[in-house]
Every structure is written in C-alpha cells, then in structure tokens.
Design a protein. Structure first.
Length: 324
C-alpha cells in the first residue's frame, strides 16, 4: 500500500515540476551546465563526467548523466565546449536527452578583473513511454491484477526541439560571480497532442562566491582555502536558494550546502568530499532530505570525475571557482 501511495505521489510531483530542469548538487563539477560562460575557463582541456541518483530508496526514480568537454582556444580568445546530458524520471517513463555546443569569449579588463561571456545552442529529445504507465481502468478492482483493454495501444511519444542559453561571469581579485538564462525561446516540450501550456519556462541562475587563503599556525601548520558561495535559481514558479561553503587543503576538498525551495521551505543538506590531483578530480556528495519526503526518498547520491588533458595555457587567467 505504501509503494502504491508513493507512485501516486511521484506522478503528482512530476506533474507539478513539469518544465523543471534536472539539478545537480556539485555545481562547479559540472560548470558549463551551471553557466555557459564557464566554457574554456580551465587552464587545460577539461572532460567532466557526472552522475546523480535522486531518491534511490525507490529505485532509479530520478537519474542524471552528463558528459562534457571544453577547452580554451587562444586564437579565439575564448572557449569551446560540447555536452551530452540525459535525465530519466520514474524509472525511464520520462526521458530527456540534450546535446549542446558552447562558446565563451574571454575579456580581460585589467590585471584584477576579467569576464567571460558565453552562449549555448543545442537539441533536446524527450520521450514518454506509455507502456510503463498504469491507469485505473487497467486494474481489476476485485483481484488487483493488471490488464490491457481491447482499445489500449501503448506506444512511445517523442518530441525534438532546439534550445538556447546565454551566460556571463566575472572575477575581481578573489571574488567571482555570474548570471545565466536558459531556454531563451521557451520551447514547447509537451509530448501530449493539443497541450498548449507545455512550454519550458525560462531558467534564471545567479551565483556568487569568494575565495580566501588561511594558514593554521601551530604544531601542525597547514594552509587551506575557504570558499563561501551562494546560488539562486528560478524557473517558472519554482525557486531555489543554495548556500554553501568549501574547504580545500592541498589535494583534499570538502563542502556543505543548505538548500531551500519556494517559501523558504528547507529541502536538503548536502555533504561533499573530493580528491584533487594534477590531472583529475574525483568528487562524491550526498543530499540529506529535510522535507517531509525524507522517509520515502533516502536523499540523493552524486559522483563527479573531471580529467585535465594537454598543455596548460600560460596566457589564461585563473578562475578561482571551487572544485566540486
């Protein structure tokens, strides 16, 4: 009975969040997903792999996969990037796949201040698998058995549409921040024929942070870096505020984020840790659900892996964003 209630709850949740993008907790481990201005901001070519499993207690309820590549091009004085992203909801009943190309232009104002202005363009493919849906008229009210009526013809419904976004970010000394707008044309994304309300809302992201070096003096003298950050996102009626802080010490990184949704309702407390080496970064995070859904969801697990390849660009200004 509990599982049936949860399925109904999921369907209601999916209806409420229709048009909401898939989310990640390791924001800066998937930077071009956060803001296209991040394309080419690393000192070498960057390959990022990201995986997120949300609400694992109920199986593969909400699962995200992302693979991206971006690199700074000296001749263009900017960065180029490419990303493939897949999001599966309700064990694959709803599936979204996007392919995006990125370009960002680097503008150096002076030795202390620089900016990156980016854009992205791509295609999105959405699929709804009717064969996995169970409607009331498909269940025998006496035995509880599932069957298909004579008129039922389950099939996949698909949709392909273009999508665009822009973003800008800047850094002044040890302070950095940016703003991005996604789904500029608010494309129609409903797979239901005749649905005139199924447009993908414009998504606004505002992020800011700082970075400072600290030296702990004593018997065990250690130098570490502290980086507080704030990220605000809004898409349609959905609003989200994220407050976090990172601590970096040589090759180790850790962080804690607090997330709240519309109406200042607590949503999650996020713990993350990572290992950094010369040519790669590996991160793991866990979302502890703070809302009333905590007994059903078991939070979210997220893993990121970033590789750096090629020669370092000596003429590239260093962006001080966190590692995770």
């Amino acid at each position: 009975m509990k599982n049936r209630f949860f399925v109904l709850l999921l369907l209601l949740v999916c209806k409420m969040v229709t048009g909401q993008d898939a989310e990640y907790s390791q924001f800066f481990a998937n930077p071009i997903y956060l803001n296209p201005g991040f394309a080419g901001t690393a000192d070498r070519a960057r390959i990022a792999v990201n995986y997120r499993n949300q609400w694992p207690q109920q199986g593969s309820t909400f699962v995200n996969y992302s693979l991206s590549f971006d690199q700074f091009m000296t001749k263009l004085n900017g960065g180029l990037g490419f990303q493939v992203h897949n999001n599966r909801e309700l064990n694959g009943i709803v599936e979204n796949t996007t392919i995006n190309a990125f370009y960002s232009h680097h503008l150096k104002i002076n030795e202390r201040f620089f900016m990156d202005m980016g854009m992205k363009a791509g295609l999105a493919y959405k699929k709804l698998d009717y064969r996995q849906l169970i409607f009331p008229d498909m269940i025998n009210q006496l035995t509880g058995e599932r069957y298909l009526g004579a008129g039922d013809q389950p099939e996949n419904s698909t949709l392909l549409y273009p999508d665009f976004g822009i973003g800008i970010l800047g850094q002044y000394d040890s302070f950095f921040g940016g703003i991005s707008l996604d789904h500029l044309t608010q494309p129609h994304e409903s797979v239901f024929v005749g649905d005139q309300q199924g447009r993908l809302p414009l998504k606004l992201t505002i992020h800011a942070g700082a970075r400072s070096h600290q030296l702990h003096r004593g018997l065990l003298s250690r130098e570490f870096t502290v980086s507080p950050n704030v990220i605000y996102q809004q898409q349609g009626a959905f609003k989200q505020l994220n407050l976090g802080i990172y601590l970096l010490e040589k090759s180790l990184a850790g962080g804690v984020w607090y997330r709240q949704n519309s109406g200042f309702q607590p949503d999650a407390l996020i713990f993350m840790a990572g290992v950094m080496r010369e040519n790669f970064k590996l991160g793991y995070s866990y979302d502890t659900t703070l809302s009333r859904l905590s007994n059903f969801t078991n939070g979210a697990h997220e893993i990121s892996l970033i590789f750096f390849v090629g020669e370092k660009h000596a003429d590239r200004d260093a962006l001080l964003i966190p590692s995770l």
